[in-house]
Design a protein. Structure first.
Length: 357
């Protein structure tokens, strides 16, 4: 069997299709980088954008967690701001802070700093890293991009925000400019995702991490059309699409509507409730509280079992955290979680009426 045919039967890709398998697949958002001591060794000086642009180093960082943990998927070491950086908007990742812009997006003049992407020139480092990875990995590689609201929040606020005041003000006061901004961001996301899939990625995830800051009517009007456009552009590429944001309990119906095969769920919403809110049409990914990785094993073990029990054997479940691995997480605890999920979780199909979909 070719490598691609073998991957098609992997636990991860089966779960995205809601097919029963012999184990529940598991991977962790932000499994690469941050908490791993071997990451700190190879990351090098400068910002992580330097490491991301070095295909060799980015590939090595992507592989590190797959050596430590028996995870069912790898995620490319990159960042959601990579495409915006690559077209020269003027964005950086400041250590200890996150994405920052010296000149935030303020007016229509700033659209000029978001020129169309030319993947062959702008993203050659990414193509190289993905090609190298798929030749080495025996598990699927997940490519990703940032969703419209989350990316716009960094561009407009100029830094990580707690209240999203500036970005919401722009959205509500100048909807025309807002939609033009999001349209450019959507095109950049499409360019980067298509490039990752062409180079061999087996799945894609759209991270609209901060979209949960919006009420459902505003999400539907200002964000969903752009996410739908991104996901629609990926539809015929033959790879599953995952769509995720935190604090999105109230938005799950709209997120499911935007068109992905898999919806990520944070820890606040039980998987059983998420299944109801998404109408049972999509697979779910999640949703252990990342803070629990820091708890004693007896506590953590119970909570992992709780997530599995809440899913009740539904075949459309990819075990993950409800958000990224915290920097202070102990890698040994994550390794134990993976082993427990594999030992306990069987994707055998719904066992009671309550979980059927
Ligand atoms: O597994 C992995 O670590 C893969 C690589 C990865 C991913 C998937 C990185 C490397 N960033 C991301 C996505 C990303 N970046 C998201 C979506 C996922 C999420 O919500 O966690 C977001 C919101 C960002 C933006 C970002 N980049 C932040 C958050 C800032 C905030 O608003 O609170 C931060 C701290 C960064 C920097 C960054 N990106 C990645 C790493 C390992 C780091 C840490 C900085 C470093 O090591 O210098």
């Amino acid at each position: 069997m070719s490598q691609n045919a073998t991957l098609e039967h992997s636990a991860f890709l089966r779960a995205t299709r809601q097919e029963p398998g012999d184990r529940v697949p598991v991977w962790f958002m932000r499994q690469a980088g941050r908490s791993l001591p071997e990451y700190k060794e190879v990351r090098g000086p400068g910002t992580i954008l330097n490491a991301i642009q070095d295909a060799e180093r980015a590939a090595e960082i992507t592989l590190q967690p797959t050596r430590r943990y028996d995870v069912d998927a790898a995620i490319l070491f990159s960042d959601i701001v990579t495409p915006v950086f690559a077209v020269g908007f003027g964005i950086d990742i400041t250590p200890g802070v996150g994405p920052t812009c010296e000149q935030p997006f303020q007016s229509a003049d700033d659209l000029g700093r978001l020129r169309p992407m030319d993947p062959d020139n702008d993203l050659s480092f990414q193509t190289e890293a993905v090609e190298k990875l798929v030749s080495e990995l025996t598990i699927p590689l997940i490519g990703f991009a940032g969703g419209p609201f989350t990316l716009a929040s960094y561009l407009v606020e100029g830094k990580p925000s707690r209240d999203y005041a500036k970005v919401k003000a722009l959205m509500m006061s100048d909807p025309d400019l807002w939609h033009r901004l999001c349209d450019r961001l959507a095109d950049l996301a499409i360019g980067t995702l298509q490039n990752q899939v062409a180079a061999g990625a087996s799945a894609v995830q759209l991270f609209d991490s901060w979209a949960g800051a919006l009420r459902p009517e505003h999400y539907r009007e200002y964000v969903q059309p752009h996410s739908t456009k991104i996901l629609a552009a990926m539809k015929d590429l033959g790879v599953p699409r995952i769509h995720f944001g935190i604090n999105t309990g109230e938005l799950l119906p709209q997120i499911a509507e935007a068109g992905a095969e898999v919806v990520g769920v944070d820890w606040r919403t039980p998987l059983s409730a998420a299944r109801e809110r998404t109408g049972g049409h999509v697979a779910l990914q999640g949703n252990l509280d990342p803070a629990l990785i820091l708890a004693p094993w007896e506590v953590l073990e119970k909570e992992v079992r709780r997530v599995l029990a809440d899913n009740n054997g539904h075949p459309g479940h990819i075990f993950n955290l409800g958000h990224g691995v915290l920097p202070q997480a102990d890698p040994d605890q994550l390794a134990r979680v993976v082993d427990l999920v594999h030992a306990e979780g069987t994707a055998r199909g719904p066992v009671s009426q309550g979980a059927s979909a």
